[in-house]
Design a protein around this ligand. Structure first.
Ligand SMILES: *Cc1c(COP(=O)(O)O)cnc(C)c1O
Length: 374
């Protein structure tokens, strides 16, 4: 007889479900938003309720805000665990990159649940900046401004600079001139970050986000030139953050290690010139969608804890080597926070069964070749 265990096995649900999804004794999918068996929802019960409701029509997107909270707690916990284990004397700062999910309710939950970890936001447009400001991000939580920066976007970021913890990231070299120009005109001393291009790159769909030819980020010579410009104007203290992002869904832990080695080395060199506080390792933390625990595109060959350990360990090792103080480690995991929390339910409007084909097995008299073909 087909059992619950058979279903769990067939669908690999415990391999990719990260403890949030399982199957109950009735054979139905259940959600465990807090990973605790005492708090679970049978999806079929929910569907029956929704069928009765006259206000709801399928498809329906269900959200489990508790899962967002659990993800933020887990990711922060993994970094804090690594920091404790290695006796790293710096700390960790979580950031949610807003482009990953811009829904008002999602951002509100992230701000609410992330408050205990002082979670910040990364924004890539003026619209996202306005949204982050209006949705109640605490004033001391970092608000990192990336993306193409026109005059409007820069003026907005600078106008709230003294009220909010804004860091404007230079991801195209020329931007520094505009940032300094408008900051000067508005009488603001800006907090600036710089995005660097690494040689290390991710793989799969987002491979173009990394490597020497990446769209965003400064080359080594541009980074040096940026430091020179700031120094020349007596603004070296403005540089607060070194940032890189080599792409999303990095499936191979070796890529993470290579990028970390390179970035930590750059941090250390820059730290000798100016008192930079944050090392921002960007996003890329994978979600193992198919549960295979491999370096294939929909998976990852590492766990969250291994990721955090490698980041913290590498930064520490290189800082010790170069004899510079440890940075606050910032990460911008987007999909790793958001991916598990929503579930789309839709009606099956038809079905096609590959097994019910009109092909009939050849009878006993048929030539052996026909039998083989079948
Ligand atoms: C898209 C993006 C992220 C999020 O990447 P994930 O792989 O979803 O974690 C983080 N930082 C920057 C700068 C991005 O552009």
């Amino acid at each position: 007889m087909w059992t619950t265990e058979d279903s769990i096995e067939l669908y690999g649900i415990e391999k990719w479900g990260n403890g949030y999804f399982s199957v109950n004794d009735n054979g139905n999918i259940i959600i465990l938003p807090k990973k605790s068996p005492e708090q679970s929802v049978d999806i079929m019960d929910l569907i029956e309720e929704m069928e009765k409701s006259r206000d709801l029509e399928f498809p329906v997107l269900l959200r489990f805000p508790q899962i967002l909270e659990d993800r933020i707690d887990e990711i922060t916990g993994a970094f804090m665990g690594a920091i404790e284990e290695f006796d790293y004397s710096g700390t960790y700062q979580p950031i949610f990159p807003m482009k990953v999910n811009q829904r008002k309710e999602v951002i509100e939950y992230i701000i609410k649940f992330g408050a205990k970890h002082n979670i910040g936001m990364e924004v890539g447009t003026k619209a996202e900046l306005l949204a982050a400001l209006s949705l109640g991000l605490p004033r001391d939580a970092p608000l990192i401004c990336n993306g193409y920066k026109d005059e409007d976007y820069l003026r907005l970021a600078l106008s709230v600079h003294n009220l909010n913890n804004i860091i404007i990231v230079v991801d195209l070299f020329e931007e520094i001139y505009d940032i300094l120009k408008y900051a000067d005109a508005m009488g603001v001393v800006p907090r600036v970050g710089m995005r660097v291009k690494l040689f290390a790159r991710g793989s799969g769909r987002w491979v173009e986000s990394g490597g020497e030819s990446a769209k965003f980020g400064l080359s080594t010579s541009e980074a040096l030139e940026l430091l020179r410009i700031l120094d020349e104007r007596g603004l070296k203290g403005c540089l607060k953050m070194l940032h890189f992002h080599i792409g999303s869904q990095i499936t191979d832990i070796r890529t993470v290690k290579n990028a970390m080695n390179e970035a930590a080395r750059i941090y250390a060199k820059v730290r000798k010139i100016c008192d930079i506080k944050y090392l921002n390792v960007g996003g890329g933390l994978s979600v193992d969608y198919n549960g295979s625990n491999t370096a294939t595109p929909s998976s990852a060959n590492y766990s969250l804890q291994e990721y955090a350990n490698d980041v913290v360990y590498t930064v520490q090792k290189i800082c010790d080597d170069e004899e510079v103080p440890y940075p606050t480690i910032v990460s911008e995991s987007g999909r790793a926070i958001a991916a598990y929390h929503s579930l789309l339910i839709f009606k099956i409007i038809g079905r096609k069964n590959a097994k019910s084909s009109p092909l009939h097995p050849p009878d006993d008299e048929a030539p052996i070749q026909i039998d083989d073909l079948c």
